[in-house]
Ligand binder design. Structure first.
Ligand SMILES: Nc1ncnc2c1ncn2[C@@H]1O[C@H](COP(=O)(O)OP(=O)(O)OP(=O)(O)O)[C@@H](O)[C@H]1O
Length: 262
């Protein structure tokens, strides 16, 4: 079957750690326009799967392709222009300005020793505009709040030119307001044709902001589909051993309410 244009596709991935199958026959596709939320309990293998999709870990079996081209045949630089990783917010070792941090996203285009071109500078400014962080551009990254750092790291990914963004718990450590604003920004990026894969420990966020949800359990993708279909109380029970009820607002939004834990 032909992959959707621009899609990243993993088929039948197997990955072992110390003889244990962390990923065991995983199929997953990320296409432009998707917001795909990957849920799984602690240790389920979400980060391992992300690292395979980024070409940082080589699966023991199965294949990963980008536009039908095997990932393993693409250079790191070619890959970085197509797929960007947005890590969890981290402490920066040096007080680079926000503009300089976003500019690091241009390295796959001009290399570490060449001066940035006009096109590089334009891409950096466009990414800063897209994330609405122009007012922060001169501030040292080290002095930013967690939410501002997260926006800076997303802008860096956009400056990279990649259309597929892979995010490890993008709202972790953010206050409620910043969480909601970040999720809203992700929706806008998806509407602009970016494909976003994010891991999350919040089923509520997957209900509120995802076009698809994939559940990783015991090494396999147990379900992959629209949030309202996949995120049943039974599925939450199986994943987290928590009983929940789903409350729906008149606007159709949903939230999980715990009804009991093991
Ligand atoms: N470098 C490593 N060496 C050995 N085992 C590892 C290593 N990294 C991860 N593991 C194991 O692989 C399994 C999957 O880990 P992974 O980090 O992918 O899970 P996760 O779903 O991202 O977890 P969390 O939600 O807690 O971040 C876990 O059992 C973990 O202990």
């Amino acid at each position: 079957m032909a992959a959707q244009r621009g899609a990243l596709r993993a088929s039948r991935l197997l990955f072992r750690r110390a003889q244990r199958k962390v990923l065991d026959g995983v199929d997953l596709t990320l296409a432009p326009g998707d917001i795909l939320a990957l849920l799984g309990a602690n240790g389920a293998g979400k980060t391992t799967l992300l690292r395979c999709l980024l070409g940082l870990l080589r699966p023991h079996a199965g294949g990963i392709s980008l536009d039908d081209v095997p990932l393993a045949t693409l250079s790191r630089r070619a890959l970085a222009r197509r797929i960007a990783y947005v890590p969890q917010v981290h402490a920066a070792p040096f007080p680079y300005s926000v503009r300089e941090v976003v500019g690091l996203g241009r390295l796959p285009h001009h290399g570490p020793f060449a001066a940035p071109s006009e096109a590089d500078r334009a891409a950096v400014e466009a990414a800063i505009d897209q994330l609405g962080i122009g007012a922060l551009a001169k501030r040292p990254y080290t002095e930013l709040s967690g939410g501002e750092r997260q926006l800076t790291l997303i802008a860096r990914a956009l400056a990279q030119g990649a259309r597929l963004l892979i995010m490890d718990e993008p709202v972790s450590g953010l206050d409620f307001g910043h969480q909601m604003r970040l999720l809203e920004r992700l929706e806008r990026l998806a509407a602009d044709g970016y494909g976003i894969l994010k891991t999350t420990h919040h089923p509520d966020h997957a209900l509120a902001c995802a076009s698809r949800v994939a559940l990783l359990h015991e090494g396999r993708i147990e379900a992959d589909g629209p949030p309202a279909e996949v995120l049943s109380p039974q599925a939450i029970r199986r994943l987290y051993r928590v009983d929940v009820e789903i409350l729906r607002s008149p606007a159709g939004r949903g939230a999980f309410v715990p009804a009991g834990v093991d």
